[in-house]
Design a protein around this ligand. Structure first.
Ligand code: PEP
Ligand code: MN
Length: 338
């Protein structure tokens, strides 16, 4: 449930409410909005009545959160979640651009990608080291060597890095190199992985499963929030539909829908949606126009030789041209790309 404070409620009122929540065995999450303070109450007690807090001084209303996900909901936390990873702010006015190859393949490849990403204005470098491939015979990633090369490329260019973690056993290893840990579409409902990641206290990008509803995505985010960690980016990357002209169908509605249901920042991955580089710029512009907080784009120094997802990877030049256009769209809707 949430306790909505009156406009102008004092700090003493807020402290009294927090004390009352804790006395009832609950945990209080204070959200200081522009107008008023809202206090989320997390409790396992089903018998706890809103009346326990309604009569306290400064309280305007106490509301039960109607959604199956609680802490991920906008009701629980009305203002946008904004957080900064090594100088890059997610969920704010700036649109964040994440770029890099599908997989880290060699020092030369990831360094060239990192330099091209940086030169074009990207803020975060991506690169997979543990790859979830459909076929066991496909390139599975370089593992720890890939993490090391990615981190080095990030250090050289000053870009924070994001990479996927597929197994709970690899969390500490991946966390030693990555600034943001990515949970891939295929693992969105790997609940043990989500529970373990919550304990890590490092930023997480949670990708929507290719056959998952937005409610299921938010429930997966709830696993991490309920585990005590809140710096989560939700990423739409295309879903399976009857359409075969693209690899997946980008659900652009995911942006305004998630933004209305949740306070968490939303990213779009146009590359895994399109499946073909040609369509990536249009989807990226649409994502920014729709209000996405971040874009994650696959870009490879030489897409024709890529060990994974070359077809959907932009060349450095195509990526740079796209960023110029993205900037214009961002500005048109009152945001910006630094
Ligand atoms: C990726 O981003 O490298 C990836 C494998 O994406 P997804 O999990 O969305 O398929
Ligand atoms: Mn890929």
């Amino acid at each position: 449930m949430i306790v909505v404070m009156r406009i102008g409620a004092s700090e003493a009122d807020i402290a009294d409410v927090i004390e009352a929540i804790e006395k009832e065995g609950g945990k209080a999450y204070v959200d200081r909005g522009v107008e008023r303070v809202v206090i989320g109450v997390r409790t396992d007690r089903h018998d706890l009545s809103p009346d326990a807090f309604r009569m306290l001084h400064g309280v305007e209303d106490v509301i039960r959160v109607s959604k199956p996900y609680k802490m991920a909901s906008r009701e629980f936390h009305p203002s946008d979640t904004v957080f900064t990873v090594r100088g890059v702010t997610f969920g704010g006015k700036q649109v964040v651009i994440i770029a890099g190859p599908c997989s880290v393949e060699s020092e030369e490849q990831i360094m060239a990608a990192a330099r091209a990403a940086k030169a074009a204005g990207a803020h975060v470098l991506r690169g997979g080291a543990f790859k979830p491939r459909s076929s066991p015979y496909s390139f599975q990633g370089l593992g720890e060597k890939g993490l090391l090369l990615l981190a080095e490329a990030g250090r050289e260019t000053g870009l924070p890095v994001i990479t996927e973690v597929m197994h709970p056993r690899h969390i500490d290893l991946v966390a030693a190199y990555a600034d943001i840990l990515q949970v891939g579409a295929r693992n969105m409902q790997n609940f043990d992985l989500l529970k373990e990641l919550a304990l890590l206290h490092k930023p997480i990008m949670l990708k929507r499963g290719m056959a998952a509803s937005l409610e299921e995505l938010l429930l997966s985010a709830e696993y991490i929030l309920a585990g005590g960690y809140g710096e989560i980016i939700l990423c739409e990357r295309g879903i399976r539909t009857f359409e075969t002209a693209t690899r997946n169908t980008l659900d652009i509605s995911a942006v305004p829908v998630i933004k209305s249901l949740s306070h968490l920042p939303v990213a779009i991955d146009p590359s895994h949606a399109a499946g073909t580089a040609q369509y990536v710029p249009s989807l990226s512009l649409a994502a920014i126009a729709a209000g996405a907080d971040a874009l994650m784009v696959e870009m490879h120094p030489d897409p024709a030789t890529a060990k994974s997802d070359g077809l959907q990877s932009l060349t450095p030049q195509a990526f740079a041209d796209m960023v110029v256009q993205c900037r214009r769209v961002a500005e048109a809707i009152g945001r910006s790309i630094l």
